[in-house]
Design a binder for this molecule. Structure first.
Ligand SMILES: [Zn+2]
Length: 391
């Protein structure tokens, strides 16, 4: 029976080696294959574009950097966003969002809520056991990751949660151009569980923007990529009402068309679509129709144009600019902004250190300086000033 024992021992050793290998290498492999950058830089733009870009307040509405294990304060070459690359790209404000449940069969048109890939990913990334199965705990952990980075940054990385904090940050930045700010959002209010009171928990953790749905239908209603294409449920309406009371931004990225209409019907504050495309240049399930763009203009809202293929039907700055141009032609320059979806399991044409490429693209497309300022960031800053709590 000696040989049997040997075979069992070898098999056990192989299993242990396999699990350890997965533990140490799989998360990194997943992160890098999910978030490719076509041109890793360094980036070259015209002297004229660079000169203008350096004077802009650049804001990007959406990235998912804390889905992944990287040191946010270290200059990386993986994925798309970290603090040093924000500085290199002169990005003043980045919306950092938490994805808290990702079904394995995630797709653009009909995603069933089954087999959450964040269970193995959280485990293999070595995240706290509380996050392995709980969307709520995942959101709290990602907020903690940002707060931890801010604490280690010697005051250079700021988290904005109110108008007062936004204004004092912008005042500081006039003399300290190397500081940068972030604000926190959540993709999919399933992070609240089934309790509207969890909104207070998320608010206290620093969250100020929440999208009712992400890739699948949940208790609040329908996702653009879900099975039912439902509108807003009664629970969803209660959450939206409470979010407005608390001066949080309602994000309609990933919402079903019916959900977009239902939220706009009841909204008393400007809404945001943090990362999207427009059907006018890229007709698919997740992108905004002309009719919705016009309704969002009338609501005073802001639409963040994405940088990835499903948003703009191309993988270069020209396609991003074409989508921006379609939107501004239809609803004007006051309602269009950037919503990269960096690190959101997408391939990006350039990382955040290359933001000047967008400025250059807008110049080439014929936008004047005032309009470029608005699209590149001022519209987002205006929106936050309108919606965030005063203090
Ligand atoms: Zn998203």
């Amino acid at each position: 029976m000696k040989w049997l024992r040997r075979i069992v021992l070898v098999l056990l050793a192989l299993i242990v080696a396999g699990v350890l290998g997965l533990y140490f290498f799989a998360p990194r492999y997943v992160m890098n294959t999910a978030n490719k950058t076509l041109d890793p830089g360094p980036y070259e733009v015209s002297a004229e574009a660079l000169a203008l870009h350096k004077t802009l307040l650049v804001a990007d509405l959406h990235c998912d950097v804390f889905l992944w294990e990287r040191d946010f304060l270290a200059r990386g070459h993986e994925g798309h966003v970290d603090f040093p690359r924000m500085q290199e790209g002169n990005v003043a404000l980045e919306g950092i969002t938490a994805a808290t449940r990702i079904p394995a069969q995630q797709n653009n048109t009909a995603t069933p809520d089954k087999w959450d890939v964040l269970v193995p990913l959280s485990f293999f990334q070595g995240r706290p056991a509380a996050t392995w199965f709980s969307p709520t705990e995942r959101a709290l952990h990602q907020a903690h990751m940002l707060h931890d980075a801010a604490e280690r940054s010697n005051g250079k990385l700021v988290i904005v949660t109110s108008q007062q904090e936004l204004n004092s940050y912008l005042e500081r930045r006039k003399s300290e151009p190397d500081i940068a700010a972030t604000f926190l959002g959540i993709e999919g209010a399933h992070a609240l569980g089934s309790s509207v009171d969890n909104l207070d928990v998320m608010y206290d953790a620093g969250y100020r923007m929440i999208a009712p749905t992400h890739f699948f239908d949940n208790l609040l209603g329908g996702s653009a990529h879900g099975l039912g294409k439902f509108g807003l449920s009664e629970f969803g309406a209660e959450v939206v009402r409470r979010m407005e009371d608390k001066h949080m931004l309602v994000d309609l990225a990933h919402a079903s068309p019916k959900m977009i209409d239902d939220v706009l019907d009841m909204a008393t504050q400007p809404i945001v679509v943090s990362h999207t495309g427009v059907k006018g240049t890229c007709d698919n399930m997740r992108n905004l129709s002309d009719e919705h763009l016009l309704r969002i203009r009338d609501n005073g809202g802001v639409v963040g144009i994405g940088f990835w293929d499903t948003a703009v039907c191309g993988e270069d700055v020209d396609h991003i600019v074409a989508a921006i141009q379609y939107a501004t032609d239809l609803i004007g320059v006051d309602h269009v902004a950037l919503g990269s979806d960096y690190d959101g399991a997408v391939t990006a044409p350039f990382d955040i250190s290359g933001m000047a490429l967008v400025t250059e693209g807008l110049m080439k497309a014929g936008y004047n300086e005032a309009d470029i300022r608005k699209i590149m960031g001022e519209n987002v800053i205006r929106l936050l000033r309108e919606v965030l709590p005063e203090a």
